[in-house]
Design a protein around this ligand. Structure first.
Ligand SMILES: Cc1cc2nc3c(=O)[nH]c(=O)nc-3n(C[C@H](O)[C@H](O)[C@H](O)COP(=O)(O)O)c2cc1C
Length: 263
C-alpha cells in the first residue's frame, strides 16, 4: 500500500474485531514502526505494554463498560463533549468536524434534538441507553485479541514544563506510525478511553498493568484483525469528514486563509 493511500485510508474502528490473535510478527512490526517516530533530542519517551492475557483484557473491558455507563447516565459525557456531536448531514456539511451519529435505533431517532437536555438525559436513562452502550462497549473491548497500553517516561514527561509538550507530541507521532501501519496490516484500532472519564478507574488499570512510578499510563487501545463484513454497533457514528483547506490553512500570515484548494 502506498503511504499516501494509507494516510487517506487510516481510520478508527468502532466495531468488533476477529477473535484471531494478532501475530507476533505484526506486534513486533507495530512496535518497530512506533519506535521510529521523531522525539525531542531523540529521547524516545514512549513505552508500550502489549496485553493478550484474557483476565486482564476482561477486567479492562469491565472497567471501560462501567465507566461508559456511569459517564453517560450522570450526564458528564454529554456535557463535556456535546460540541462534537452531530445529528444531521446538513450540520456536518457546515461544520465538517466532530462525530456524526448516523446509525441510531429507530426508537432514539426522534429524541436526538433532546439528547443534551435534562429531559433527554432522563429519557435516555429510562430507556437504559447508557447501560446498553456500556455493555456494548464492554463486549467490544473484551472481544479484542490485543490491548496496547501507551506510557510516557516521567523523566521526560514533566507536566508544566516544555518537555511535557515535547513528550506528548512524540507519543502522538509514535501512535500515528502505528495507526497508519494497522491500515496496511488489515488491523483495526480504537481508543479505550472511558476509564479516563471516571475518577479512580484509570488508576485501577495502572494497578492492573503494574505501572511503575517512573512511568505514566497515557492511553489504552484495542486492536484486532478486521472482519470482512463490518457490522455497525446499534449506536454508531462516522467521523470521516474533514475541514476544507480554507478552514485550517493560512498563506503568509494568519490573516490570509488559503484559497483555491477547497474541493
Ligand atoms: C487524543 C484522541 C482521543 C480519542 N478518543 C477516542 C475515544 O475515546 N473513542 C473513539 O472511538 N475514538 C477516539 N479517538 C479517535 C477519534 O474519534 C477519531 O480519530 C476522529 O473521530 C477521526 O476519525 P478517524 O480516526 O476515523 O479518521 C481519539 C483520537 C484522539 C487523537
Amino acid at each position: 500500500m502506498e503511504l499516501l493511500e494509507a494516510i487517506r485510508r487510516r481510520k478508527t474502528t468502532n466495531g468488533h474485531f476477529l477473535p484471531d490473535p494478532v501475530s507476533v510478527e505484526h506486534q513486533q512490526l507495530l512496535m518497530e514502526l512506533a519506535g521510529r517516530a521523531p522525539s525531542q533530542l531523540n529521547s524516545q519517551p514512549w513505552r508500550f505494554v502489549l496485553i493478550e492475557e484474557r483476565p486482564t483484557i476482561e477486567e479492562i473491558a469491565r472497567l471501560s463498560g462501567a465507566s461508559m455507563t456511569q459517564a453517560m447516565s450522570d450526564g458528564t459525557f454529554f456535557e463535556r463533549y456535546r460540541r462534537y456531536f452531530r445529528f444531521s448531514e446538513e450540520e456536518m456539511q457546515t461544520r465538517r468536524d466532530g462525530m456524526l451519529f448516523d446509525h441510531l435505533p429507530p426508537l432514539l431517532r426522534p429524541f436526538t434534538s433532546q439528547v443534551f437536555t435534562a429531559r433527554g438525559q432522563k429519557m435516555m436513562n429510562a430507556l437504559r441507553v447508557p447501560r446498553t452502550l456500556g455493555e456494548e462497549n464492554r463486549k467490544l473491548v473484551a472481544g479484542s485479541p490485543l490491548l496496547l497500553g501507551v506510557l510516557l517516561d516521567r523523566a521526560e514527561y514533566r507536566p508544566g514544563e516544555l518537555s511535557s509538550f515535547y513528550s506528548l507530541f512524540s507519543m502522538g507521532a509514535a501512535m500515528e506510525n502505528l495507526w497508519l501501519a494497522t491500515t496496511e496490516l488489515g488491523l483495526g484500532i480504537q481508543f479505550v478511553s472511558f476509564p479516563m472519564e471516571v475518577p479512580g478507574n484509570w488508576q485501577l488499570i495502572e494497578k492492573l498493568l503494574d505501572v511503575p512510578d517512573e512511568l505514566e499510563l497515557m492511553a489504552v487501545y484495542r486492536l484486532g484483525y478486521l472482519p470482512p463484513e463490518q457490522r455497525r454497533p446499534a449506536i454508531d457514528w462516522s467521523s470521516n469528514h474533514r475541514k476544507l483547506p480554507s478552514q485550517y490553512v493560512f498563506r503568509g500570515t494568519c490573516a490570509t486563509p488559503q484559497t483555491g484548494w477547497d474541493s
